[in-house]
Structure formats: structure tokens, C-alpha cells
Design a protein. Structure first.
Length: 174
């Protein structure tokens, strides 16, 4: 992971810090609010840290047809935009995020806009939009050295939790 490509920006007070400086709860030490990831070098047209958009587009299309588990994830296929793991071998995935994208032509006309799209997140492996967030959470925990996880889960969240645990051999208690 190249840490100079991103920084964290606090929603509350506007503080900016480097990714490794984040507290374990991902909250600002100044005001307690959450951070968002920013890529400051990417806004400069010819900045040294700006990736080649054409090369990324080509790479992501190639990964879509790859048989590698990480590339088949609709989340981890775009891992250049997810600076949250030191080692992508720690990613935990069930191929979530590859849900259909629907063009909502009638709705876009009714709203007076050119195009409108919606993703059907119910088509994820456990039938929930929560699959995309859970892959990131489980991967970060594994990347941080966790061998077991404890969480209060019911229904689809519990099923997702247990499936993710089995996918990587991590102990989980619900």
C-alpha cells in the first residue's frame, strides 16, 4: 500500500491525517467524528501520484474476467481505491458487490435528468447490501492480526458473519 496516495479527512472538524495515524475506532481524536478517504494527488491533472485512468479502467475490466477470487469481488476488484489493507492476501470475500446495474429510464425522465442507475444489492451472496461493508470489516480485522471476532448478529447479518468466517477459517462467535 502506498500511503502517500491518500489521507483521511474528518467530517466534523476538517482535520486531515495520514491513514496510519487513525485510531482503531476510525474516529477523529479532535472531535470524535468519522473520517473519509481523500486522494489529494489525484485532483492534479499531471500530478506525480495521479494514476493513469485508462490503465485503471483496463485493469478493472481484465480483473472482471479473471478467475482469481479477489478479482471476482465487486469490492476488491477496485482495490486501488481501498487503501485499508497492508496485504491484499488478507482480504475476505464471497464475491460480493457484483450486483446488477439497472438503467432507470422512466425515473430519470420523470426527474428531468439524462441518466439514472440503481444497483440491486439484494443479489449479493447473502441477499443483503451489508455484504459489501462486511467484506471490508472482516478484511481489516484479519489484516490487523485478529484470529477471532465477536459480534452481536441476527438473521442475514449472522449468516453473512458465519459465511465470512468460514471463508477464511477465522473463529467467530455470535
Amino acid at each position: 500500500m502506498n500511503d502517500n496516495l491518500h489521507q483521511l479527512h474528518c467530517f466534523g472538524c476538517g482535520a486531515r491525517i495520514a491513514g496510519p495515524e487513525a485510531l482503531p475506532d476510525f474516529r477523529c481524536a479532535e472531535c470524535g467524528d468519522l473520517f473519509e478517504v481523500e486522494y489529494p494527488g489525484w485532483v492534479q491533472r499531471k500530478g506525480p501520484d495521479r494514476p493513469n485512468p485508462g490503465a485503471l479502467k483496463w485493469l478493472w475490466r481484465e480483473r472482471k474476467s479473471s478467475s482469481e477470487l479477489l478479482d471476482q469481488s465487486g469490492v476488491w476488484r477496485f482495490r486501488e481505491l481501498l487503501p485499508i489493507l497492508d496485504n491484499f492476501g488478507n482480504a475476505v470475500t464471497l464475491r460480493e458487490g457484483n450486483t446488477p446495474l439497472y438503467h432507470l429510464t422512466r425515473t430519470s425522465k420523470a426527474l428531468g435528468i439524462d441518466q439514472l442507475f440503481a444497483k440491486h444489492q439484494g443479489m449479493n451472496p447473502t441477499g443483503s447490501f451489508k455484504d459489501t461493508g462486511m467484506t471490508a470489516a472482516m478484511s481489516v480485522a484479519r489484516n490487523g492480526g485478529s484470529h477471532g471476532l465477536l459480534a452481536h448478529r441476527r438473521g442475514i447479518r449472522r449468516r453473512r458473519w458465519l459465511l465470512m468466517r468460514r471463508a477464511r477459517g477465522c473463529a467467530a462467535w455470535c
